[in-house]
Design a protein around this ligand. Structure first.
Ligand code: 3NM
Length: 216
């Protein structure tokens, strides 16, 4: 995949904002997010038809802005609504198995917290690795112990040229050091979903990324 797509990787579900999630997503798209992941999980998450409808509307919105739409974890939903890819964690269906059911041209992402998990993700054919949590986060209830910038750099060192995106507690002020440590971009939920002006914040995330050349 084009690693520049990972620069401003916005993730959101309906319970990550007090506002209309579609309005927040559209503002983030206007601000220049480069990829989006639908993650409808945790307390108060939508289920069934309501979840499907929101996912479908979010996909349409992303496509209007030419931004890839990724689904967290739920392969059947992703296939049904014709997403552009899927992201799985360590406790989800193994990538190698799931790939058999998905279109070849999809983007496949895997989460990794340590070098062992990263090596496995690469072996299984991940297009990119989500590395984290880098910092403490209140957004994911079962988040692991933060690995810091050093943990990220360690994974970069063994990942070769596989694109990696940093996740977990990331704010604007972290972007430069994470890119310098080898991340191709940053993945955020609350830093965009819970601010007053998602558009302006997304613009700044994009701008800060432009200061650092792509990893090669
Ligand atoms: N995954 P925020 S941390 C969804 O470590 C997610 O794999 C993580 O939310 C991981 O940007 C996390 O608000 C939460 O901290 C990210």
């Amino acid at each position: 995949m084009n690693r520049e797509l990972l620069q401003v990787y916005f993730i959101m579900g309906s319970n990550n904002t007090n506002r209309d999630p579609l309005a927040v997503l559209e503002e983030a798209l206007q601000g220049g997010i480069t990829i989006f992941q639908f993650r409808e999980k945790g307390a108060g998450a939508l289920i069934g038809e309501e979840k499907r409808t929101l996912a479908s509307k979010m996909k349409e919105l992303c496509h209007r802005y030419n931004v890839p739409f990724i689904v967290n974890d739920e392969v059947d939903l992703a296939i049904e609504i014709e997403a552009d890819g899927i992201h799985v964690g360590q406790d989800d269906e193994p990538l190698i198995q799931l790939k058999q059911r998905c279109p070849d041209n999809w983007i496949f992402g895997v989460s990794a917290t340590n070098e062992k998990e990263a090596r496995q993700a690469i072996k299984d054919g991940a297009d990119y690795i989500g590395v984290g949590p880098i910092y403490g986060t209140a957004t994911k209830e079962d988040a692991k112990q933060p690995i810091g910038v050093e943990g990220l750099a360690g994974i970069r060192a063994i990942a070769g040229d596989i694109p990696i995106v940093a996740i977990g507690g990331i704010k604007l002020g972290h972007v430069l050091r994470l890119r310098k440590a080898g991340a191709d971009g940053v993945s955020v939920i609350s830093a965009i979903s819970q601010v007053e002006k998602p558009r302006q914040t997304a613009e700044l995330f994009k701008k800060y990324n432009q200061y650092i050349p792509s990893y090669s």
